[in-house]
Write a protein that binds this ligand. Structure first.
Ligand code: MAN
Length: 276
């Protein structure tokens, strides 16, 4: 943020009984003109962030629900990151002095499942990066005594990897997928396993069937669901714009009414003086 400091140093020296005292006066003021957008720069940074996608519904192991609604911060030398599980992850430049970057690194979408385990959280459709590409983040979950965001890296431009530690993922079954599936999907998985074992299904075919099972369970987001969440966010924001416009119009009406009344009062007072 752009802040202008005018430091006025007012040194006063006293040499009473050998002691030297210095009083330092600091005036912290904004220039009075020429910076009409200072108001904007001083407004809450979050107002700049507009979600491009509505977060998907909660999915995954039920005991992780308590993480929804909580947020975790991590700072490196350049950025502060805020990870809100099942919501979004943001990045704010805390180093740059002039117009620091603040953006969304991803919105909660779905899981990365590997070896029958919920391994990573997929955060997608973040702020725009270059032309047409949106930032996205994979949050890897690790077992630890406390819940903490411990690192965020950017292996490829605008593709981030975050590491989140939590006791919720400790233990062999804490993040296992199979036991959490409804019985009909477990049977489908059993059948796929059988077919693969007896060569009735290729490895690729088996992977495809698992993908379908995870989609049916709601652990993977379908392309249609993804588009509809993006669409919902855009219609929400246009609703916000309309509401703001209506509010502004009604404020204009109020101010016009006030102006009219004041004009009338002035005219009446003028007329009164003349008649005296
Ligand atoms: C910002 C940050 C960086 C990113 C660049 C891309 O500075 O989001 O992480 O690499 O934009 O231009």
């Amino acid at each position: 943020m752009l802040i202008y400091f005018i430091f006025l140093l007012d040194f006063m020296f006293f040499s009473k009984s050998g002691a030297e005292m210095t009083s330092l006066k600091v005036i912290n003021e904004l220039p009075s003109s020429g910076y009409s957008n200072l108001q904007k720069l001083e407004s809450k940074p979050d107002e700049k962030l507009q979600l491009r996608m509505k977060p998907a519904n909660f999915s995954g192991p039920d005991h992780l629900r308590h993480l929804a609604g909580r947020c975790f911060k991590y700072q490196d030398s350049k950025y502060e990151y805020v990870f809100c599980p099942f919501q979004n992850i943001t990045q704010e430049d805390i180093q740059a002095y002039y117009e620091p970057y603040k953006g969304i690194l991803g919105v909660w979408a779905d899981w990365v499942i590997e070896d029958n385990q919920f391994k990573k959280m997929n955060m997608i459709e973040g702020s725009l990066c270059g032309s047409g590409m949106h930032r996205s983040t994979k949050v890897i979950l690790h077992c630890s005594a406390t819940s903490e965001l411990v690192s965020v890296t950017e292996p490829d431009k605008c593709r981030y990897t975050a590491k989140f530690e939590t006791p919720d993922v400790c233990g062999k079954n804490a993040m296992a997928v199979y036991p959490r599936l409804p019985p009909e999907l477990q049977t489908r998985w059993d059948d796929a396993e059988y077919d693969r074992h007896y060569g009735l299904l290729t490895k690729k075919g088996y992977q495809k069937e698992l993908e379908k099972i995870f989609l049916a369970a709601g652990y993977y987001l379908s392309p249609e669901d993804r588009s509809s969440l993006v669409y919902k966010a855009s219609t929400d924001s246009s609703k916000n714009c309309k509401a703001e416009l209506m509010e502004a119009k009604s404020r204009i009406n109020e101010l016009e009414e006030e102006l009219r009344m004041k004009e009338e009062m002035i005219l009446e007072q003028g007329a009164g003086k003349k008649s005296i």
